[in-house]
Design a protein around this ligand. Structure first.
Ligand code: B12
Length: 224
């Protein structure tokens, strides 16, 4: 039963049919399907398939846009069903998508997971410049700067931000974590980030671990 709904949901997501996605997401929740499964099996799997088909010119930009819209609809419905916040803040996190990049689904998923796990999360959106990351981190007294990038052309700005923090003598004030589709552990390590996680779920253990340690602690990678 749940597998069947998730299959239909993934198909509606692939087709970018927001109305059907909304109906099936609600149906899945009513049927007791775990919110994490709805996100991963109903949403992310379809986006991955679309990404592959986009590379092979089977689908085009409008289809990606419709699916992006449908995925945000799914997240909007599922978000309140994720586990409750756990008491006092575990730490303050500034999160955004690097300059030039407007992809926001993965970044928002990471923000949501961190928030429901007890972090205070300030989501500064997409297309965030190095200046904005640093300025917002300073203004809010953030513990962690989290940067997302889905475009190889934008991932450079993660490196730029870390370099600027170093040049301005501010690197020790913040833990910096990075992630997103094309980001790999070796790249994150190379640019001098404090940590990398492959998924939104992994970002929670990553940030929890980093909050326990001093800023000059060893690089942490969570391949989950
Ligand atoms: C949907 C989509 C779009 C939508 C975005 C809608 C939206 N609101 O975000 C639209 C249509 C707008 C779009 C536009 C473009 N896109 Co696009 N898009 C996608 C697609 C299909 C899915 C992305 C997605 O949301 N995935 C699901 C989320 C959940 O995954 P995720 O972001 O990777 O996040 C997970 C992890 O990476 C991690 N994570 C993410 N961020 C962070 C941060 C931290 C700190 C941590 C720890 C972890 C973490 O956790 C998340 C959850 O587990 C991908 C294909 C793909 N498979 O990724 C292409 C893709 C990313 N797009 C691509 C391209 C080329 C473009 C365009 C340039 C197309 C064009 N010609 O205009 C434009 C760029 C516009 C811009 N300047 O940003 C390429 C990128 C190639 C590259 N490597 O550079 C891809 C890979 C498609 C492809 N195969 O070619 N896109």
């Amino acid at each position: 039963m749940s597998e069947e709904i998730l299959k239909k949901l993934a198909e509606a997501m692939y087709e970018g049919d927001s109305d059907l996605v909304e109906t099936l997401t609600k149906e899945a929740l009513d049927a007791g399907v775990a919110p994490g499964d709805i996100i991963e099996k109903g949403g992310v799997s379809a986006l991955d398939r679309l990404g592959k088909d986009f590379s092979e010119l089977v689908v085009f930009l409008p289809q990606l846009m419709l699916a992006g819209h449908a995925m945000n609809k799914l997240l909007q419905i599922v978000r309140p069903h994720l586990s409750e916040k756990e008491g006092a803040s575990r730490g303050k996190i500034i999160i955004g998508t690097a300059k030039g990049d407007f992809h926001d689904i993965g970044k928002s998923l990471v923000a949501t997971q961190l928030e429901v796990s007890g972090f205070e999360v300030i989501d500064i959106g997409t297309n965030v410049s190095t200046n904005e990351f640093i300025q917002k981190a300073e203004e809010t007294g953030a513990d962690i700067i989290a940067m997302s990038s889905l475009l190889t052309t934008s991932q450079y700005y993660m490196e730029d931000c870390i370099k600027r923090l170093n040049d301005e003598g501010k690197r020790g004030t913040y833990r910096v974590v990075v992630g997103g589709g094309p980001i790999r552990q070796n790249y994150a390590e190379k640019i001098g980030a404090d940590g990398y996680a492959r998924t939104a779920y992994g970002s929670v253990s990553l940030c929890k671990e980093l909050m326990k340690k001093t800023p000059d602690t060893e690089f942490i990678a969570i391949d989950a």
